[in-house]
Design a protein. Structure first.
Length: 95
């Protein structure tokens, strides 16, 4: 991973480049699941947060693009399942 130091702050050039390259593509991908703009923002933000926390492991993936889209798809599926569960619970409570 290439990085450079600016004052006391370490800037991770590879991660920044990855974010700039994939953020809008992943957001559009999430919107294909018919989720709202704010849901898409939250999901993609979560993906990059997880990516950052595990960057040392993730950066060695051979196909990072496939890994990111797979992570995003799984996050969307989990989110939709959660929404369905909440909706079902709310309906049961209302009756």
């Amino acid at each position: 991973m290439s990085n450079w130091i600016l004052g006391n702050e370490i800037v991770y050039d590879d991660f920044d480049r990855l974010f700039l390259t994939y953020y809008s593509r992943l957001r559009r991908f999430v919107l294909d699941f018919s989720l709202s703009d704010s849901d898409a923002e939250d999901i993609v933000q979560d993906i990059f947060s997880k990516l950052w926390k595990n960057w040392d492991e993730v950066k060695t993936k051979t196909n990072l693009s496939a890994f990111l889209f797979s992570m995003t798809r799984n996050q969307c599926i989990d989110y939709v399942r959660h929404k369905m569960t909440v909706r079902k619970f709310e309906q049961e409570c209302a009756t």
